[in-house]
Design a binder for this molecule. Structure first.
Ligand SMILES: Nc1ncnc2c1ncn2[C@@H]1O[C@H](COP(=O)(O)OP(=O)(O)OP(=O)(O)O)[C@@H](O)[C@H]1O
Length: 223
């Protein structure tokens, strides 16, 4: 279980998150929604150990984020909003490069399988000639090389076509349901949130998303 307790974060004088508490069980897919600038990425960055809260605590199972940061980092896969891959490398070269940085060793066949599981069949193609959807899939495949227990994704389906969006959504859902991973992701696509998320958290003051989802019968908790 991932347990977030009374988190607060501000930048300068601006309070972004205040008294944020929630828990996520293994195998759950959680959606984070809210207007631009509400603090969704900030919360993901806190969960990814990329920034620290002013107050509050985060723990995964018996590992505390402050005391066990090295162990925690091994459990986390993070996919940032901007695609982070080597454009001049092929899919294979990207996978091998990141595998070499990883503490988990994978064979070329295992790396290729990770891509194929995402319906990314290109292997020797230079990444710069891939579509946006395929680059996203590669970014997700890279984040899974070390078999993280918690997958954090910042708008993984933004700007890509419906087919790729569905493939990514289904893949993330299956990662949670079949492998017991915790999947937390942000999206502005409410159909997608309704389809794939077990639970939704709404960040920010604007009640728009909360009302929209509750109209569709989705229980939304405000953070
Ligand atoms: N490193 C930083 N320094 C100062 N302010 C920041 C920093 N990172 C984010 N902010 C500010 O914090 C607020 C929340 O930003 P954040 O990116 O978390 O929002 P978001 O909900 O993810 O937005 P979007 O939907 O546009 O991605 C914004 O006002 C942003 O400008």
């Amino acid at each position: 279980m991932l347990k977030v307790d009374s988190l607060a974060k501000h930048y300068g004088l601006k309070q972004i998150l205040e008294d944020v508490s929630f828990q996520v069980e293994q195998g759950e897919v959680v959606g984070l929604v809210g207007e631009n600038g509400a603090g969704k990425s900030t919360l993901l960055h806190l969960l990814a150990t990329l920034t620290a809260p002013e107050t509050g605590s985060i723990a995964y199972q018996d590992l505390n984020y402050q005391k066990n940061i090295r162990e925690i980092r091994k459990k986390i896969g993070f996919i940032p909003q901007d695609i982070a891959i080597w454009e001049d490398f092929s899919v294979k070269e990207n996978m091998v490069f990141f595998e070499q940085l990883s503490w988990v060793k994978k064979s070329e066949q295992e790396l290729r399988q990770l891509c194929q599981d995402m319906k990314l069949d290109e292997w020797k193609t230079k990444t710069k000639s891939l579509s946006g959807g395929m680059k996203r899939k590669l970014n997700i495949a890279i984040s899974l090389i070390h078999d993280p227990a918690i997958l954090l994704l910042d708008e993984p389906t933004v700007g890509i076509d419906l087919k790729s969006r569905r493939e990514i959504g289904t893949y993330l859902y299956n990662l949670a349901k079949k492998q017991g991973k915790i999947v937390i992701y942000t999206s502005h696509d409410m159909e997608e949130i309704v389809t794939y998320c077990d639970r939704v958290y709404c960040i920010g003051q604007d009640p728009f998303y909360q009302e929209l989802l509750e109209e569709k019968g989705i229980l939304v908790q405000k953070l």
